[in-house]
Design a protein around this ligand. Structure first.
Ligand code: SF4
Length: 251
């Protein structure tokens, strides 16, 4: 059984398009992040069931370091409790969905996990046409958002969530209230391309290790990761069935 890689956003093209921009050296930042993570993915050895945790922690630590270093200088408008960007479909790599599932099992009671699974199933049912792109205007809150409007899995939030930022709360509000496609959010290309280098490294590196490196809609992939106690080991063995019914990222 082979891993089928489905179409995905062309983050490398985004980085290339801006490589001559004089404002920032974000092409270099993207390339450096990509190189660091790719060598980590390709060199990683060890117990299979730990692979998702190791990859998730390594990519997220790298992204956090980059955000800390670059984001602080940029001064975005993002603040604790603001969650407009958490009211649209989110996506995750299999290793991130497995990491979140492991953290949920370790930190919540069985009843709490079951209640969350119910919410996530409702969210998946709500995503009509099983397409992330066609559901960008679905404004339901991510089930992982807490009652205080904060990410309840913040330490393990996916890379695509880490890319989300804005220089204008007003635009975020408009995007929430109107058609998202018609409101442009002012963002930093340096941040976008820097994190996209890490995402690109996973896209390229995981298939080389015969692992499913596709991006999937977050709730469907966390549900798949929670569904089977052996999911992490199966994914690490290259079994393409673990996430086969998940909603694919077609943005
Ligand atoms: S995982 Fe966290 S950051 Fe990402 S959409 Fe859900 S609540 Fe927001």
């Amino acid at each position: 059984m082979g891993i089928k890689t489905h179409p995905r956003p062309d983050y490398a093209a985004l980085a290339r398009r801006h490589k001559n921009d004089s404002e920032f050296s974000f092409f270099e930042a993207s390339q450096a992040n990509q190189k660091a993570i790719q060598s980590h993915i390709l060199e990683d050895k060890g117990p299979g069931e730990q692979l998702a945790i190791k990859l998730s922690d390594a990519t997220h630590a790298h992204a956090s370091g980059f955000l800390e270093q670059v984001g602080r200088k940029l001064g975005t408008a993002c603040e604790k409790g603001c969650s407009y960007c958490c009211h649209q479909p989110a996506t995750a790599f299999p290793f991130e969905a497995l990491r979140i599932a492991g953290a949920l099992k370790a930190t919540r009671t069985k009843e709490q996990v079951e209640a969350l699974q119910d919410k996530m199933r409702a969210r998946v049912r709500d995503l009509k046409d099983s397409s992330v792109r066609k559901n960008m205007n679905n404004k339901t809150a991510c089930p992982l958002l807490s009652d205080e409007n904060q990410c309840s899995v913040y330490e393990n939030r996916p890379l695509t969530c880490r890319m989300a930022h804005s220089f204008s709360v007003q635009r975020c509000r408009q995007s929430f209230e109107k058609d998202r496609a018609k409101v442009q959010i002012p963002m930093s290309l340096q941040l976008l391309t820097g994190i996209s280098g890490i995402i690109e490294a996973a896209f390229e590196g995981l298939p080389k290790k015969r692992l499913d490196g596709n991006l999937y809609e977050l709730c469907s992939s966390v549900l798949a990761a929670l569904a089977h106690p052996e999911a992490a080991a199966q994914w690490a063995q290259g079994d393409p069935r673990v996430f086969k019914d998940c909603i694919k990222d077609d943005t």
